[in-house]
Write a protein that binds this ligand. Sequence first.
Ligand code: ATP
Ligand code: LTN
Length: 334
Amino acid sequence: MENTDSKKVIFSGMQPSGELTLGNYLGALKNWVNLQEEYDCYFCVVDLHAITVRQKPADLRRRTLELLSIYIASGIDPEKNTFFIQSHVPAHSEAAWLLTCNSYVGELSRMTQYKDKSQKAGDSIGAGLFTYPVLMAADILLYQTNLVPVGKDQLQHLELARDIATRFNNTYSPTFAIPEGYTPKIGAKVMSLQEPTKKMSKSDDNVNSFILIMDPPEVIRKKISRAVTDSLGVINYTDEQPGVKNLLDIISAIKGVSPLDLVKDYEGKGYADLKEDAANAIIGELSPIQEKVKALMSDKKALEAIYKQGAEKASYVGTKTLRKMQKKIGFIPR
Ligand code: ATP
Ligand code: LTN
């Protein structure tokens, strides 16, 4: 479906490369729900990005469908938005090659995520991790995207997408909209429960440092009760108490109440009360989502209908931009 109602376009994606955390939910997903009325939204499961790191085929299949189910269960309406699986729309891979030929090794070498990963892996780093941001640029540019809601870590990749788009527009003629980034005010950075000065990350070795969207209630209670706080014994919203601050931020992002207002209720109370409230808030938020995910995962036919319809819409719009790119570059149409 083309963007005929002149709504601005949103594109975002997540990789089906691991189990999603509360950080992914509060930092990205929960905000997508609020944007769906105002924008024409494309939400993609970026499986082509996931294979930049070796994936077990059976795990990749399960996580792809689970991620799609989590999108829907979080409240994003498949009737109003376009959900699709990246590999179902070949225009992404094709546009990525055309854009690779309009990108520089220098700019790709400057990407922090690549530098971090290549430092760890050395020469055996996959070439896909190097060209990863070009594929991300293709994802975004194919849909004439105006806004890209992502966490802070992705803003550098978005800046590169803007550079590539501007270069292509200048070399040939205006072809792509230039996208802007969008990061949420609350929950933009949920911190590790064990080292609250570090981001909560699904790739952390310590399972007590993160909460997974699919963690059962008793696991959530256990992880929150073990969350690192401090020895001050008072509940204030300050950088000096990062563990307490993180718990207040989590409750705040879930309840939509500012952390400073929350603090007032904790006068004379202790960390056990705060942890109890945090655990209850998280369980209250995640339990209905978990139920819906389980129901969706047990009806593969319904999921299939959603991602097939999404791929059709996305193909129509994406291929149109791809054809323009090909024509401008000088390829002969079939
Ligand atoms: P890893 O934790 O393994 O580095 P990731 O969780 O960042 O990976 P992505 O799939 O790249 O994995 O993230 C999807 C989205 O979730 C991104 O937009 C990212 O910015 C956001 N996000 C991830 N972790 C957090 C967090 N702790 N707080 C807020 N947002 C987050
Ligand atoms: N690199 C992103 C995932 C991603 C994405 C995108 C996000 C791939 N393509 C396009 C927004 C728009 C990440 O979060 N790791």
